[in-house]
Design a binder for this molecule. Sequence first.
Ligand SMILES: Nc1ncnc2c1ncn2[C@@H]1O[C@H](COP(=O)(O)OP(=O)(O)OP(=O)(O)O)[C@@H](O)[C@H]1O
Length: 341
Amino acid sequence: MRLEARVTVASRGVDATLMVDAGRTLALLGSNGAGKSTVLESLAGVVRPDRARIVLDGRILAGPDRRRSVPARDRGIVLLSQDDALFPMSVLDNVAFGPRSAGRRDAAEAARGWLDRVGCADLADRRPAQLSGGQARRVAIARALAAEPRVLLLDEPFAGLDVEAASSVRALVRELLDGVTAIVTTHDALDAHALADDAAVMEAGQVVEAGAAADVLSRPRSRFAARMAGRVLIQGTMRGGRLVVDGGSSIPVTGGPGAGAWAAIAVPPTAIELALDSPVSAGDRAWVIEEVVALEPRGDHVRVHGAIAAADTDPETAVTLERGARVWCGVPRGLPAYALT
Ligand SMILES: Nc1ncnc2c1ncn2[C@@H]1O[C@H](COP(=O)(O)OP(=O)(O)OP(=O)(O)O)[C@@H](O)[C@H]1O
């Protein structure tokens, strides 16, 4: 029992493969434009891929013969998109829509049950325009679940909500997703940790890494996953217990694959020290010579991104740096290395 999919949408540069086992939640991660929404829309049948193989519990929903694709309404896959506009009818009728379309006589009763579960029982008679953003999102979630989908797709379910509403909708989704087969797109590591069993990372239309959510975030293989987990991915070649990075600097590490293998350590930038001059003594750090690639203001400090590592500094120091400036990044010794394939 699982959802397996490969979808190609050439005009959007998407060619992605993913899999979700029954009852599990997959977090689909990736930067803006990576193709996450396109994948969800293809699975739901809203977008027609150029090529697709979508199999749900052994049933082929889309295959080589595009004419035989199962129409969206018969897929048992419901997409809750970012612009989850409710229908211009009462909240109750919105939620009853799915069960009613499925011919259920008790549609209104089922809808009341769902409204109760999302904490909106008292809003049944309201119109969408009379709801707050958080209430509308809860109603949209109830409407999606009332259709009793086999797979639920949530495209950034907390986007556009204020901090408080997002936090309560997050708790609700976490509870409702228990045991449901679902894919959730998010830019937030906390959501990936809290909601998902598994995670897949998209870059430029492709899935570049996938695995258990905790693994993807603690041993990231892509820069995006590392950044999401608040880490910088330092990659290099293993040589005698050291990671040799571009430019020849080497960092003593623990573990990791054998000599000659491509490997990484994932380091919080806050643990990396920045030096503007060549450090006189190495101390407990391995110093990597860097060229500044970007300066990222982050509240009261500035993150200095190099080609290999990143480190934080104060704004007074940051203004003396520019793109291409030479700096040294002091990386702690002995961090655990892992193989990259
Ligand atoms: N309706 C559309 N028509 C044509 N191209 C589109 C359309 N929607 C998205 N695209 C393009 O397809 C690519 C993938 O976009 P998509 O919205 O799937 O990415 P995403 O990962 O969901 O991004 P975000 O995190 O910003 O929502 C982008 O290059 C985007 O410009």
